[in-house]
Design a protein around this ligand. Structure first.
Ligand code: FES
Ligand code: FES
Length: 161
C-alpha cells in the first residue's frame, strides 16, 4: 500500500491505496464520495467524470497514485455554499435533464468543464463535448437544453422532449 494525498473539494485528504486503485475507487471507497458513479470502469460511459486540476477526467481511467498532489473536484463539491443547487444542477432540474440520474453526476461535471472553457456553447458544441458521456434514459435532448440554459442562453425556442 502507498500513501496518497490530494485536495478533494477544497479539503486535503489522504489514504493508503494499492498501485492498481483507480481514482474512482479511492473517491468512492476511501472517501465515501459515492456521487461519482461507476458505470463501466472502462472509460466509456462518463458516469465517473470528476475534475483534476480543472480538467474533466474519467476517474476510472486514472490511478489514485496519478492524482497524488492534485486538486480534485467531485459532484459533492458542486452545490453552492448554502447547499442549494448550482446553476448547472438547477438547469438540469428545470429542464428535465435527468431521469434515473445515474449519468447525471458525470454530465454535470462535464458540463461544468465545458462552460469553463466555452461559456456560451452552441448546441452542436454541447453535443460534441458530451460524446464521452452516455445516458440510457433521456435521449440527451433535455441534457443539452439544460446546459445551454445554464450558460445563460434562451432555450425557450427549443422544444421540450
Ligand atoms: S465508469 Fe468511468 S467511464 Fe464509465
Ligand atoms: S438519466 Fe438515466 S442514464 Fe442518464
Amino acid at each position: 500500500m502507498t500513501k496518497v494525498s490530494m485536495t478533494v473539494n477544497g479539503k486535503t485528504v489522504s489514504g493508503d491505496v494499492e498501485g492498481r486503485t483507480l481514482l474512482s475507487g479511492f473517491l468512492r471507497e476511501n472517501l465515501n464520495l459515492t456521487g461519482t458513479h461507476v458505470g463501466c470502469d472502462t472509460a466509456q460511459c462518463g458516469a465517473c467524470v470528476v475534475h483534476v486540476n480543472g480538467e474533466a477526467v474519467k476517474s476510472c481511467n486514472m490511478l489514485a497514485l496519478e492524482a497524488d498532489g492534485a486538486d480534485v473536484g467531485t459532484i459533492e463539491g458542486q452545490a453552492n455554499q448554502d447547499g442549494s443547487l448550482n446553476v448547472i444542477q438547477q438547469a438540469f432540474q428545470d429542464h428535465h435533464g435527468l431521469q434515473c440520474g445515474f449519468c447525471t453526476p458525470g454530465m454535470v461535471m462535464s458540463a461544468a468543464a465545458l462552460l469553463k472553457e466555452n461559456p456560451r456553447p452552441t448546441e452542436a458544441e454541447v453535443r460534441k463535448y458530451l460524446e464521452g458521456n452516455l445516458c440510457r434514459c433521456t435521449g440527451y435532448h433535455n441534457i443539452v437544453k439544460a446546459i445551454m440554459a445554464a450558460s445563460g442562453q434562451d432555450v425557450s425556442s427549443i422544444a421540450a422532449e
